[in-house]
Write a protein that binds this ligand. Sequence first.
Ligand SMILES: Cc1ncc(COP(=O)(O)O)c(C=O)c1O
Length: 387
Amino acid sequence: MAEIRISAKAASFTESVIREMTRIAMAHDAINLAQGFPDFAAPAEIKQAAREAIDRDVNQYAITWGAKRFRDAIAWKFEQTYGMAIDPETQICVTCGSTEAMISAMLAVVDPGDEVIVFEPFYENYGPDAILSGAVPRYVTLHEPDWTFDEAQLAAAFNDRTRAIIINTPNNPTGKVFSRAELESIAALCQRWGVVAFTDEIYEFMTYDGHEHVPLLTLPGMEDRTVLVNALSKTYSVTGWRVGWTVSSPALTSGIRKVHDFLTVGAAAPLQEAGTLALHLPDTYYEGLRADYLERRDLMLGILESAGFKTYKPYGAYYIMTDISGLGFDDDVTAAKSLTADVGVASVPGSSFYSDPALGRDKLRFSFCKKLDTLRAAGDRLAKLAR
Ligand SMILES: Cc1ncc(COP(=O)(O)O)c(C=O)c1O
C-alpha cells in the first residue's frame, strides 16, 4: 500500500519559529516579546464600527477582491499620504492579512524556477512563500550595524531568471527604513532586468528619528512593476482581524485577484466595513501611534542594554535585533528557550531570519508592541541577567 505522506513542498519548511515561541511563552507564563502583536486595545471607534457592521448584517461574502467602500478608503488614504492616485476598481485586491496578500501576489507573478531576490535577514514567511510559489530565493545581505546592502552584491543577484524582489520597509526584524536613494537603486535594477517588486509596507506608519517611509510604487517607472502589500493589522492594532490588501497595476491586480479568489474568496466583510472607518482616522491618530511606539522603543532599548544585550537601534517597525554574544549562551535557540523558561521573557532566535541558521546564532529579536507596563515587567525579569 502506498505510504501516506505530506507533499514535498510542505515537508520542506518547518512550522513558524515565531509562532512556536508564542506557544512556548504561554506554556511558561512568560512575557511574550516574541510575536509581533500588541497587548493593548485596538481603537474603540473601529471596534464599535465592527460591531455595528455585524448588527447591520454585513455578514455575507463581500466582493471577492474587496468591498467597494473599503477599496475606496484604501485609495483615498494612499493618495492623502503619498500624493499618488490609485484606481480602486482595477488596482486593489483585499486579502486575509498581508500574509495572504504576499503569497497571492507571488503565486500570481512567479513561475516555478524563477528567482526571487530576498534581503537577509528577512521576515520568516518569505522562505515558505518562495517554496510554495516554486521560486528559487537569492539572498542579498543587509550588513550590520545599519543594515545597508552592497550595491554591487545586489546588482550581481539580478540575472535573466530573476522574476521578482521582496522589499520589506520599515523592516522586520532589523528596524531598517530603506532610504529613497536605496529604493532608487533597486528601482533602476528592476527596470533594467524586467523584475517585479513585492513591497511589504505593513509598518509604514512606524518610523522614528526623522526616517521617512517611501513606497517603491511611487518612484518613477515602478507603478507597473510593484505590488505593494499592506494590512490593517499593525497600524490599527488588529492583527487578529486578518484584513490586508495589494496595490498594483491593473494587469498584475487581475492575476492576484484570481489567485486570491480561489485561495480564500475574501476577507471578513464586517471587518472591511470597520477598516473603512479606520482608514479615515485623523492625522492625530498616526501622530499618536508614532509617539507611543517611539516611547516604547526607547524604553526597550534601555532595558535590553542594561541587561547586557548589544542592540541595533531600529528606525522603523516595532522590533529590536540584539547581539547576545556577550551573554554566555551556546546559541540563539538555547538563549531564547532559556530566557523564556528561566527568566520568563520570550524572544525569537535570530536564526529564524536567515537562510543559514549559523548567521543568526548570535542574535535574538524582541518586539516592543506592548504596554509600557509589560515592557517594564520584562525589564525587571531581564535585569537578572546582568547580576
Ligand atoms: C514584515 C511583516 N509582514 C507581514 C506580517 C503579517 O501581517 P498580517 O498579520 O497582516 O498577515 C508581519 C507580522 O509580523 C510582518 O512583520
